[in-house]
Design a protein around this ligand. Structure first.
Ligand code: AHM
Ligand code: MG
Length: 344
């Protein structure tokens, strides 16, 4: 049995330049995750279900647990002093920590503290997504250059899924590892070593209620998934939970594709680049999968603002490539539409 803490320190000791700061940062995230896991588990008893009565910068209603999870992660990261500030789905602006104590902190964290929060009341898995970047301005104040880095610069991408069991899955660019939380002893234990996605899978995940608005390429790809062709394992099966982490996690274990496209109505789709798509894309690539906006690799997109959205096609490599083929053939005009809208 190897615990998350042991694993983190072991990985750190392999690098001759490691100082322990990154390990402490990851450990702080693990601590906050345990607290949020407790709150999510007891939500029906602790009076924290329902709306907070506020909206975030994207005009979405904040749930009490969204706010609570956000506060827990901010608290843990601020106290840990390894990161200079965070970008959170729940905060309009960058949260900059006290400069006197974090002037030399090497990292910046982007986080969706509680993804899939529309599912909070119905006991469906939800989660936390995080991305860790190396700060460029160590020794002075945070700059926009620190927070608007492309996914290719990522140091670590990960998520915690609060599901039938709670798991933390992360990568530092050296494979993907998963740790299951043992609530009886309060520790994460390495349970899924060097995770690799099945390719091809046979699951496609998309909110088909939006079909009418989808680009022709996505419509045709869905029909392709539904065709009868035993030699390629079709028809595939459809699964859509409505919480990115859960849909992605299942597809990672079983093989499949998740799509949240941009449409004429919402050209940039719904998902946020910095704290949803980039960390998931990093994990996907490290597991042998692929992530794009239908045309471009997600990790290559240079963010223009912190709450930027992007369409997302993520999952088993050959399935994403097939969906890209359909986009290129039937909806080539969306390439420009996506690029322009992502900048807004
Ligand atoms: P959230 O971060 O506010 O929870 O929104 C993101 C979520 C994803 O987890 C999920 O895949 C998607 O929104 C579902 O959207 P829809 O209900 O439009 O299918
Ligand atoms: Mg989210």
């Amino acid at each position: 049995m190897k615990t998350l803490v042991e694993f983190i320190w072991e990985q750190q000791s392999i690098s001759s330049q490691a100082t322990g700061e990154f390990s402490r940062l990851l450990n702080d995230i693990g601590i906050a995750a345990k607290i949020v896991n407790r709150d999510v588990n007891r939500a029906g008893l602790a009076g924290v279900l329902g709306l907070e009565g506020t909206t975030n910068v994207q005009g979405e209603n904040q749930k009490k647990l969204d706010v609570l999870a956000n506060n827990e992660f901010i608290k843990a990261l601020r106290n840990g002093k390894q990161c200079a500030g965070i970008i959170s789905e729940e905060n309009d602006e960058v949260v900059v920590f006290d400069e006197t104590t974090t002037r030399n902190a090497k990292y910046i964290v982007a986080i969706d503290p509680l993804d899939g929060s529309s599912n909070i009341e119905v006991n469906v898995p939800i989660g936390t997504i995080f991305a860790i970047y190396r700060r460029k301005s160590v020794g002075s104040s945070i700059t926009m250059e620190d927070v608007l880095q492309a996914g290719t610069e990522l140091v670590c991408g990960g998520y915690i899924i609060y599901g039938s069991s709670t798991m933390m899955v992360y990568t530092t660019g050296n494979g993907v590892n998963g740790f299951t939380y043992d609530p009886t002893c309060g520790i994460f234990i390495l349970s899924h070593e060097n995770m690799k996605i099945k390719d091809p899978g046979n699951i496609y995940s998309i909110n088909e209620a939006n079909y009418i608005y989808f680009p022709e390429g996505v419509k045709r790809y869905i029909k392709y998934c539904q065709e009868d062709d035993p030699s390629t394992g079709r028809p595939y099966t459809t699964r859509y939970i409505g919480s990115l982490i859960s849909d992605f996690h299942r597809n990672l274990l079983r093989g499949g594709i998740y799509i949240y496209p941009g449409t004429k109505k919402n050209p940039a789709g719904k998902l946020r680049l910095l704290y949803e798509c980039i960390p998931m894309a990093f994990i996907a690539e490290q597991a042998g999968a692929k992530a794009s906006d239908g045309f471009r690799r997600i990790l290559d997109i240079k963010p223009e603002h912190i709450h930027q959205r992007t369409p997302l096609f993520i999952g088993s490599k050959s399935m994403v490539e097939k969906a890209e083929e359909f986009m290129a053939t039937y909806s080539p005009e969306f390439q420009e539409v996506y690029e322009k809208s992502e900048k807004k």
